[in-house]
Structures are given as structure tokens and as C-alpha cells.
Design a binder for this molecule. Structure first.
Ligand SMILES: [Fe+2]
Length: 390
């Protein structure tokens, strides 16, 4: 069998279905596949995604032409299936190009696709984070991927039993993507400071919150690597804010409306920085799906809004907070040495029980990154694993 043509990307496109018949209409190609499904491909879409080296940069695999380089009345003159399974398309501007059948199938429209579902949870549903053997995950790409997928799905996932090693946290995080630095540094250490610029650096309890709501885009991921913990108390308290928000959507619609509409401001309180971020407590997309939360009581600034908005916003914020502080929603975990807890900072609220600092030591390292890096690494790991199996 002759080789299949390249695709305008670096992705792996499995050929699970073959092209059965081809039909040309005025400005589109219709493919009937061997499983009976049909797909339609607009001439302009095919033309600008042609893998030929003029249209697609042969090294960067990015589009190398603009819309104005294609005749406005472009149409398809001919399409035929090749022995390799590829489709050879002749365009009215003189270009003949072969298209990979896996790419044609994988990029086709078959109706609205539901994204991989997130699993929302309460304390009862998920008493412990999904946990993977840290030493195995470091050596085995499938286990590492399972950890990342659990993080995406549940918003919290743990590696356990990692060795104690300086620099290991950064080494693991950079296997996912770049570290996102903050005003707390490239890596921070949760320990007691004499002059704390955050309540995180005390032994007191911490209310449920996300970190850095003071940023235009709050950090997407947080990683906590426990090096030492012989103190009593100080459990981590995690809440799936998406579960909480969905419960409010159905049980408290007025409060929910305020939480997705009314804008709160957050500012950090430090002597050498003055970050300010603003947004609703619950962020939604154009379909109403929840995409993030911006909730942090101790960094919240006075609301600048008409009195009636202040009144409803305070009531709604309080109702959200009451749920966040409720044991029904709070997963309670102890940080053991060798644990690496990863969580979605824009989904999983976190808090801390107070701890007794005397007579024990507690040393937890932390690093931030972003969701995009997680999603990109999941895709590339899957691509490599699929290609290796093919
Ligand atoms: Fe925090």
C-alpha cells in the first residue's frame, strides 16, 4: 500500500473508516464512508488545508497562504479515491492535492460533539483524590497520562510515594508544561513566615478560596509537593466548586444569577505589589456551561456597584460561601511526605484546617501552571501512545 499524504499538522490520524463514495456539488465534497456515515467538506476549507508545500509550510505545518490567495469562486472539479485510501481533489485554481482519509474523517462535522465530561463531586462522592503511584508515574507514560486525565476530569489528582528530591516538583511540572511564575516566586514554600504576605504562611485555618483571583486570568493549576509534615492538623480541604455551582443553579437560581452576573473585585494586600482582578464568582461560556470560579473571601475588595446590586451580590456570595465551608462539599486530606497533589485552581476551591506549629515541622512546595498546558500534554501523550500502538 502506498503511503498516505501528510496532514497540515503534527497530529496522528487513525484510519478507522475508509472512503466509500465521493460526490461533488457546487462548492463541496460529500464523502460516504464505509460505515454509512456521510460528511461534507467545503471547497474553501479543503483548499486552505491542502498539505502541499505552498499552502502548508512543510516544516512548521502551519497555513502559509491567506484567504485572499484563493479565488473567491473556487470550486472542486474532481475528486477520486486513491489506492492508498487518500482522496485526490482537483480544484478550479489548478491545484491537485491528496487528503489523508483519517484527517478528513477526524475533522468532519457530524453534529455537535460533547466534550469529554467532567465528573463533579461532593465529599461523599470523592472522599480522596484519585491517586497514582508516584514512582510508577515517573517511569510509565500511561500512568502519567492517567494522572493528568484524572486531574482534568475531577479537578484534583494525587501522586503518592514520590522520593524526596530537591527540584523534583519542577521536574514533574515541566513534563506537563512551563511553570507560571507569580509574585510569590517561581516556586513557593508553604511554611510559617515572621512577616507573612499571605495567610498561607501562617498556621491558621484558611477559608475556601482560589489562589490569585487578583489576576486577569487566575492560574489554572496548582501543584503541592509535601516534603515534610509532622504537625498535627493542617489537613487540606478541597471543594469541587463546579458541583457547588450546579447545585446553586438548580436550588438557588436568584443567587446563581447574581454569581454569574455581578462583578467582584479582588486585590492582593502587599507592600511591593498591587494586583487587581475582577469578574463574577462563577464564570460561564456562551452556552451557560461553567468554565471557572473566582472566589476568595480574604482578597475581595469593596464592591463598587449600585446599592441594589451590592445587596443581592452579598446575599449570593454568602450563600456560595456557606456551601463552600460545609462538610458536605469538603474533601479532607492529610498531606503526607512524598505526596504531590495537583488541582485545578479555577475549579477546586482549597482551604486548610489550622495546625499546631510547635513540636512538628511542615514543609510543602508549590508551583503554578495553566490548564492549557495540561490539555496540550494530554493530547500529545495520547498522540504518541496511539502512534506507538498503530
Ligand atoms: Fe491557596
Amino acid at each position: 500500500m502506498t503511503a498516505l499524504p501528510p496532514t497540515p499538522d503534527f497530529d496522528f490520524w487513525p484510519v478507522d473508516h475508509a472512503v466509500h463514495t465521493l460526490k461533488i456539488a457546487e462548492d463541496a465534497l460529500t464523502i460516504t464512508w464505509t460505515d454509512g456515515r456521510t460528511s461534507q467538506h467545503h471547497a474553501l476549507l479543503l483548499r486552505e488545508n491542502s498539505p502541499d508545500p505552498v499552502t502548508t509550510h512543510p516544516k512548521a505545518r502551519e497555513m502559509a497562504i491567506g484567504p485572499e490567495d484563493i479565488p473567491i469562486d473556487l470550486h472542486i472539479l474532481d475528486a477520486r479515491r486513491q489506492a492508498s485510501g487518500a482522496v485526490l481533489v482537483s480544484f478550479s485554481d489548478g491545484l491537485q492535492s491528496e487528503f489523508h482519509p483519517g484527517w478528513l474523517r477526524g475533522t468532519a462535522w457530524f453534529g455537535h460533539e460533547t466534550p469529554e465530561p467532567l465528573v463533579l463531586w461532593t465529599a461523599k462522592d470523592l472522599p480522596e483524590p484519585p491517586t497514582f503511584d508516584g514512582r510508577v508515574a515517573l517511569d510509565d507514560a500511561e500512568t502519567f497520562l492517567s494522572w493528568l486525565e484524572a486531574l482534568r476530569t475531577y479537578g484534583v489528582a494525587r501522586l503518592r510515594g514520590l522520593p524526596q528530591e530537591d527540584g523534583l516538583l519542577e521536574k514533574i511540572v515541566t513534563r506537563i508544561g512551563p511553570v507560571r511564575e507569580s509574585n510569590f516566586g517561581r516556586q513557593y514554600v508553604l511554611e510559617i513566615k515572621d512577616d507573612p504576605d499571605s495567610q498561607a504562611y501562617t498556621s491558621g485555618s484558611l477559608l475556601q478560596h482560589i489562589d490569585l483571583p487578583t489576576r486577569e486570568l487566575p492560574f489554572g493549576l496548582q501543584f503541592l509537593y509535601t516534603r515534610e509534615n509532622t504537625t498535627t492538623g493542617g489537613e487540606g480541604l478541597y471543594v469541587d466548586a463546579y458541583r457547588l455551582a450546579e447545585d446553586m443553579r438548580s436550588a438557588e437560581p436568584d443567587h446563581f444569577h447574581s454569581l454569574v452576573t455581578d462583578i467582584w473585585e479582588y486585590n492582593n494586600r502587599a507592600r511591593t505589589s498591587d494586583y487587581r482582578g475582577r469578574g463574577p464568582v462563577i464564570e460561564t461560556d456562551q452556552t451557560g456551561a461553567i468554565t471557572g470560579v473566582r472566589f476568595n473571601t480574604f482578597l475581595r475588595a469593596p464592591m463598587k456597584a449600585p446599592l441594589n446590586v451590592q445587596a443581592r451580590a452579598y446575599r449570593a456570595y454568602r450563600a456560595f460561601s456557606v456551601r463552600a465551608q460545609s462538610a458536605d462539599y469538603q474533601m479532607q486530606i492529610r498531606y503526607e511526605p512524598g505526596d504531590l497533589l495537583a488541582f485545578d485552581n479555577r475549579r477546586a476551591l482549597h482551604g486548610r484546617a489550622g495546625y499546631e506549629a510547635k513540636g512538628g515541622a511542615r514543609f510543602i512546595e508549590g508551583i503554578y501552571a495553566d490548564r492549557d498546558d495540561l490539555h496540550s500534554r494530554i493530547r500529545t501523550l495520547k498522540r504518541h501512545l496511539r502512534a506507538a500502538r498503530a
